[in-house]
Design a protein around this ligand. Structure first.
Ligand code: ADP
Ligand code: MG
Length: 696
């Protein structure tokens, strides 16, 4: 590697020592390339700074001037200190006031030139006629400075403590000058041509220090052609990685299952209902996948309560009948335990061996199984973390995929004989995004809910409306139904004001001594938890007081009431999941979202959406809007590379184009033999996430 190539460490740059390198690494900048791709988050037009006498009160402006007066900071009433400075621009004067920033005094001196940016106000007390309060400011030291920090469209970066805007901008200026032209363009030329993309070096230069031809409004919206070029790159690397993973799956040889189908049909006969058309269709797709001699990689999407579990169980029957083991991985212990209980109730009748493996609880089985010999193993991520050996793992089902990612899938796959993988998620995702996130998977959707389901009626109630809440409980429990109450915390603590499950249970016991009330939370021993869940399922508990451990998957059709305490504290998809615990039978169900003041703006939006709709897709869209894609998908945890310059919503069109190109390219040249530099960049982009070109 050349010392001054963009791949070099940022520490090789003049003026960046170990300390500054540490600061920069907080921004995700370790190589020179990272810095070049670290874009300004906005731009300020300082290309024609107004003269002071042209300024209008009530507008936000950026101007430059020399300090001609500076009053020592004074204290004024209630401990507020005011620092006053007068700037001169050669013709007029402008007064600047800084409140409670007396530390500034040290750096402000007569004769220094400053750029200030802020709201222009009338100065009613004295002269000069105009002032700015608490403007953003920069000092200019010499002429060279003025070319970087003013007299042009100036980039504004998100910086971190210890490095000022101006220092950062100066560093970027030097880097762009020195290294931008050294940024070799990894994109294949024909792709660049097809999409009329600007060159990489040009885009980097223009995005950091735009020339006079660039439109500042476009730059500030993040939609300039140069922004689109960098977004394209990121989305291209992203989907190219997924294409590589997917191709690897096709080429690997896997198990061609050949079940007779008796076990599956015996299993289906045990169900108290008939399958919906949507369920049958998806089962058919899965059977086809499983019969092929390549590992299956299928995602099943379907809103909460649509009946994904039986679909998965049926696939497991086929695997077992073909002489393999099947594993089911759930995101929480509660859910794993519940799957285990369901499974084991039915499976006993079919004579199969089931084993439960969770982190804390060790293992349990239904008496037929020993280490590694069960037909079906159910567990949490402990399944991939512990040294569990499988005898003949053939099928892996991952429930509620949004909590797992590509990496975990890979790990589990390594434990077996290139097993088939079935991933199930209730997080409905707009299709274009699903393609991206799960781009290496095939997708099935269960669109239909089982017959007779009614939408859950949801209300947002103020925490003061206790009687309304109690009345609903009395009405439903009086008719033999059951209810959940969910709290954000297990126990009350001195550091938090939140209502908690333990105290909540006591309060309900005082209010309703005649009810059978149960408690469930994550700090209980798995055995105790299982007992409580089992009693709730059997109808021996009327009111289950719980934390969010019941968020996913828990299934008790007789429960018709869901109370969420401190609903303002929960995320949207979490609320939707919680609500999904009721309305699972044919009785109409109610969900009360109990909110405590103050309810912030985002919380209001979340509660509004919940009251307005039961549609998981709409809720997912809203959630994406409120939280942004990074957090929505939890991509960090899920082992996906970060998207820094692309925005999955804003750049949906670019995403589709980049994805098409990526998959086409991999189908032409799967090993990227003709594109060694692109291949190298792809590895850099996915570094630490997945070894794309190594088969595990
Ligand atoms: P999810 O898709 O959220 O995982 P589940 O698989 O837990 O949903 O199913 C929700 C409930 O619907 C369960 O009680 C299940 O037994 C029931 N169910 C599943 N399929 C059907 C069907 N075809 N008809 C009636 N009830 C069904
Ligand atoms: Mg489920």
């Amino acid at each position: 590697m050349k010392v001054n190539s963009p791949d070099g460490s940022i520490q090789l740059v003049t003026g960046v020592g170990p300390q500054r390198a540490r600061l920069l690494s907080r921004l995700g900048i370790t190589a020179i390339r990272d810095a070049l791709l670290y874009l300004p988050f906005r731009y300020e037009d300082r290309s024609h700074l107004k003269a002071f006498h042209e300024l209008l009160p009530g507008t936000v402006e950026t101007v430059a001037g020399t300090v001609v007066a500076c009053n020592a900071a004074r204290r004024r009433g209630r401990g507020v200190s005011v620092l006053e400075v007068i700037l001169h621009d050669g013709a007029g004067y402008l007064k600047i006031k800084w409140f409670n920033q007396s530390f500034l005094q040290k750096s402000i001196a007569m004769g220094k030139t400053m750029v200030v940016s802020g709201m222009v106000k009338k100065n009613t007390r004295d002269m000069p006629p105009l002032e700015m309060d608490n403007p953003e400011y920069e000092f200019l030291a010499d002429d060279a400075d003025s070319l970087i920090h003013t007299g042009r469209v100036v980039p504004v970066y998100r910086v971190t403590g210890g490095i000022s805007q101006k220092q950062f901008r100066k560093l970027m200026f030097a880097l762009v000058k020195e290294h931008a032209s050294g940024m070799e363009d990894p994109l294949p030329q024909e792709i660049i041509a097809r999409h009329e993309l600007p060159g990489l070096a040009e885009s980097i230069r223009e995005l950091h220090f735009p020339g006079s031809a660039e439109d500042i409004t476009e730059l500030n919206s993040g939609r300039s052609r140069h922004h689109r070029r960098l977004a394209f790159d990121e989305l291209f690397y992203f989907t190219l990685g997924l294409a590589v993973l997917k191709r690897r799956g096709f080429r690997e040889s896997g198990i061609a299952f050949r079940p007779k189908g008796t076990l599956k049909s015996d299993f289906l006969k045990l169900l108290p209902f008939t399958l919906t058309e949507a369920q049958k269709q998806v089962m058919e797709q899965i059977s086809t996948d499983m019969s092929e001699p390549h590992p299956m990689n299928r995602l099943v999407q379907g809103d909460v309560g649509c009946g994904k579990t039986v679909v998965a169980f049926a696939a497991m029957m086929d695997a077992v009948e073909s002489g393999y083991q099947a594993a089911l991985m759930a995101p929480t212990e509660i859910l794993a335990e519940q799957h285990y209980l369901n499974m084991h109730r039915m499976i006993d009748k079919l004579g199969l061996a089931v084993e439960l493996r969770t982190g804390g609880g060790g293992s349990r089985n239904n008496g037929h199984a020993g280490e590694g010999t069960a037909d079906i193993v159910i567990g949490t991520h402990a399944l991939i973390q512990e040294k569990i050996t499988f005898r003949r793992l053939g099928l892996v089902v991952i429930d509620e995929q949004h909590k797992f990612g590509v990496m975990q899938r890979g790990l589990l796959r390594k434990k077996g004989l290139a097993p088939d993988v079935l991933v199930m998620t209730a997080t409905p995702i707009p299709r274009s995004l699903a393609l991206t996130l799960y781009g290496d998977l095939d997708c099935s959707v269960i669109q239909e809910l089982p017959p007779g389901r009614e939408p859950v009626i949801t209300s947002w109630v103020d925490s003061g409306k206790k009687e309304e809440i109690y009345a609903l409980l009395q009405q439903e429990i009086g008719q033999g139904r059951q209810a959940y109450v969910v709290y954000p915390a297990i126990e009350e603590s001195e550091t938090s004001e939140l209502r908690s499950a333990v105290q909540g249970k006591e309060a309900f016991e005082r209010k309703f001594p005649e009810y059978r009330i149960g408690l469930l939370h994550g700090r209980m021993k798995p055995g105790e938890r299982e007992l409580v869940m089992d009693r709730f399922k059997r109808g021996e508990i009327d009111l289950l007081v719980s934390t969010t451990v019941i968020e996913v998957g828990v299934d008790v059709p007789n429960a018709t009431v869901m109370l969420v305490v401190h609903a303002e504290r929960f995320g949207l998809s979490q609320l939707h999941q919680l609500r999904g615990r009721v309305g699972r039978g044919t009785d109409s169900a109610r969900c009360l979202l109990i909110a405590y003041e103050p309810v912030g703006e985002d919380a209001r939006r979340r509660l509004d959406v919940m009251v307005r709709t039961n549609d998981g897709f709409m809720i997912a869209e809203e959630d994406l809007g409120i939280r942004g894609p990074g957090e929505f998908f939890g991509t960090r945890q899920a082992g996906m590379p970060d998207l820094r310059n692309a925005d999955l919503r804003r750049d949906a069109v670019i995403l589709a184009a980049a994805r098409q190109e990526a998959f086409d390219l991999i189908s032409r040249d799967g090993e990227l033999r003709k594109y060694p530099f692109l291949k190298h960049q792809l590895d850099v982009f996915w570094k630490g996430r997945a070894d794309l070109f190594k088969t595990g």
